[in-house]
Write a new protein. Structure first.
Length: 131
């Protein structure tokens, strides 16, 4: 049996964003999110230990700040795709900043609520297009 060492639940997502490292800005796709971290896909590798900023687009821009914990090359020779795990230490929505766990947990609940609304809006839009 696989031992899952995560302290908090992860949620699957598909959100485009941008990672800013000391060397570059890299387009990414966020694939999992939790109050303590985020998993992203990137066409460029990012080394473990790198401090990064992540911008995600919702109704307004959300910023996550963290450190790369692991990176795996999961693509083919013709198309590199890197899976990257980041431990976050801060979440920032305009005029709201969360650093300690209680603050991050509260702000994370707000993000999950927004994700659910976005998913419901897309679902409703798809249903209306089919009519």
């Amino acid at each position: 049996m696989k031992n899952n060492q995560r302290k908090r639940p992860r949620y699957p997502v598909k959100i485009d964003g941008m990672v800013i490292t000391p060397e570059a800005s890299i387009p990414i796709l966020a694939t999992e999110i939790s109050v303590d971290g985020i998993r992203i896909q990137s066409s460029k590798p990012i080394s473990s230990g790198t401090n990064i900023s992540i911008s995600l687009q919702f109704e307004e821009e959300i910023w996550l700040y963290g450190t790369v914990i692991w990176a795996l090359d999961s693509g083919s020779e013709s198309q590199r795709i890197y899976q990257i795990g980041i431990e976050t230490y801060a979440i920032v929505i305009p005029e709201i900043k969360a650093i300690s766990f209680p603050e991050k947990a509260e702000l994370f609940e707000e993000i999950l609520s927004r994700l659910q609304k976005m998913g419901q809006q897309k679902k409703n839009s798809s249903l209306q297009e089919g009519l």
